[in-house]
Design a protein around this ligand. Structure first.
Ligand SMILES: [Zn+2]
Length: 264
């Protein structure tokens, strides 16, 4: 694929910027995005893109490999369970599974208002002060991502919940954006989100808890932190030093970045 396809030049106006996971951008009804804008700065960027085609392609490959390596935090030799194993297990425990995920279509909002410190749920207004009864801190009410999903493999299916970063990987938006979209005319389409998820396999660390509620056992499944990853392959081929390679590529790009520079 040519660099102009891999790296489109766009202009975006009125984005929602949030600092949730590094920096993330969201769009609202007043956001406008122009692809390949015909303006002087874009032409300059285009020229740079042509000059550095090979470096850009190489950098994108390295970034792709780094993301996959980061996400494949499950080591070789990990024993995987099936959904049926987990359902059968009598004790509360943690399990590794390879499975598919679909968002449950119940008109969920994808966020809840939580204590900013311990994420306990509160029926409070955003940014209100909270004397948290769970963590005993005085904090503020902040939105936190939450998604209820159906997880399945060829042995069975279960309903589970993902929070925070793990939810972001499924819904592709953070809580700030989920709140914005909840107020917007066009709420997120679960059908469309599920279409994207359909072909993806997830590596999941799942926690099973059994709570006694009004003399009945209630089983809950939670998708745990840091272990959720997309996977196209069964194992990722580890490159020797992708970080180092990326640095080389980037410094190569910087050296050639502006052909006008140094010509005076
Ligand atoms: Zn708290």
């Amino acid at each position: 694929m040519a660099a102009e396809e891999l790296m489109r030049i766009i202009v975006a106006i009125k984005l929602v910027v949030s600092r949730h996971y590094g920096i993330s951008f969201g769009s609202t009804s007043s956001t406008s995005i122009v692809i390949d804008p015909q303006i002087p700065v874009a032409h300059k960027l285009q020229k740079w893109r042509v000059t550095n085609q090979d470096n850009i392609k190489e950098a994108l490959l390295v970034i792709d490999r780094m993301i996959k390596m980061q996400q494949s935090s499950i080591q070789a030799g990990t024993k995987f369970h099936t959904v049926a194993d987990v359902a059968r297990a009598e004790n509360a425990n943690k399990f590794f599974l390879k499975l598919n995920i679909q968002i449950i279509e119940t008109g969920q909002r994808f966020f809840y208002i939580a204590c900013d410190n311990c994420h306990a749920s509160y029926d409070a207004i955003l940014n209100w002060s909270i004397d948290c009864q769970r963590c005993h801190e005085t904090t503020v009410a902040k939105p936190r991502e939450r998604v209820m999903v159906n997880i399945f493999d060829n042995t069975g299916s279960l309903d589970a919940t993902a929070f925070g970063e793990e939810a972001v990987k499924i819904i592709n938006m953070n809580a700030t954006l989920a709140m914005e979209m909840n107020n917007a005319v066009n709420t997120p389409s679960v059908e469309r989100m599920n279409k994207t998820l359909k072909d993806k396999k997830f590596l999941v660390r799942l926690k099973k808890t059994v709570k006694v509620y009004q003399e009945n056992n209630q089983t809950q499944y939670t998708i745990l932190k840091k272990r959720l990853a997309f996977t196209d392959e069964d194992s990722f081929v580890e490159s020797s030093t992708p970080q180092k390679k990326l640095k080389q590529v980037i410094s190569g790009v910087e050296d050639e970045a502006d052909p006008d520079q140094g010509s005076h």
